[in-house]
Design a protein around this ligand. Structure first.
Ligand code: SAH
Length: 252
């Protein structure tokens, strides 16, 4: 029997969680949650004990070891336990470390996906990350290496960088160094999926100016085809698409 369910909460507002995730919350005895979780999610598990295991204020490695230990401790005390993580657990969520801790303790678990920040940002902007004919690939990258170094790449038609919000000037330089032309479109979105989400348009060489607009907020940086605004003038209008006539008795 599953004792621990690792649930992706989505990037923001509570209604972006999946139905499966909401059902796991409704059955939970304990919820161990990240810091950036919509408080409205608590209404989905009023019966549960909610424990904030957000890493702020702790040394990172100590904090993760502590989270792993808490997960095992609460699962042994009797499930069901939900580990609620921001976005999708498989994307920059240190899911591997939590799965390994549970496996080492012999505790069965399940993972429920969530909407990752890049996908929420694309929805907010109404700009698809892939484009037929021009955008065949998307890469999700962290701009920060484990050693704290900033790295940028050009490996896909659309690159989405996480964890770069504080270093946009350095990211701009690294993107130029990686071979992105200076005029390449860049869209910056902070607090994607929240009511106060904010998106702004830049180019690779003007990206540093985005700092004043997004400073201090969780931010993703979309570079390349997926950052390009839709040319609505070239998109066929509904009227210009030939559709079969509706049956005579159909109602609008
Ligand atoms: N598992 C999460 C990512 C966690 S790493 C996911 O799938 O989305 C934390 C980074 O995610 C932040 O530094 C930021 O780059 C990004 N992020 C998280 N929530 C965000 C949001 N609502 N809007 C924009 N970026 C966000």
């Amino acid at each position: 029997m599953t004792q621990v369910t690792i649930v992706g909460a989505g990037p923001g507002s509570a209604d972006l969680i999946t139905l499966r995730g909401a059902r796991a919350l409704a059955a939970a005895r304990v919820v161990l949650h990240d810091a950036l979780i919509d408080p409205a999610l608590r209404e989905m598990a009023p019966q549960a004990e909610w424990i904030d295991v957000g890493k702020r204020g702790f040394c990172d490695s100590t904090a993760q070891a502590r989270i792993n230990a808490l997960l095992v401790q609460h699962a042994r005390a009797g499930g069901p336990v939900v580990r609620l993580k921001g976005g999708d657990p498989s994307v920059f969520g240190r899911l591997d470390e939590e799965l390994e801790a549970l496996a080492a303790a012999g505790i069965p678990c399940e993972v429920v996906p969530g909407v990752t920040a890049a996908i929420a940002a694309a929805a907010d902007l109404k700009r698809p990350l892939t484009r037929r004919g021009t955008g065949r690939s998307v890469a999700l990258s962290t701009a920060m290496t484990r050693a704290g170094e900033l790295v940028a790449t050009r490996g896909a038609d659309t690159e989405v960088f996480y964890m770069a919000g504080r270093q946009l000037a350095a990211l701009s330089r690294r993107l130029l160094g990686a071979g992105w032309p200076p005029a390449t479109p860049v869209a910056v979105v902070s607090r994607a999926g929240w009511p106060d989400q904010h998106g702004s348009d830049h180019r690779v060489d003007t990206l540093p100016e985005a700092v004043v607009l997004h400073g201090g907020r969780p931010t993703v940086v979309i570079v390349g085809i997926g950052a390009t605004a839709l040319a609505s003038t070239t998109t066929p209008t509904i009227e210009s698409i030939a559709l079969p006539a509706l049956p005579a008795d159909s109602k609008p």
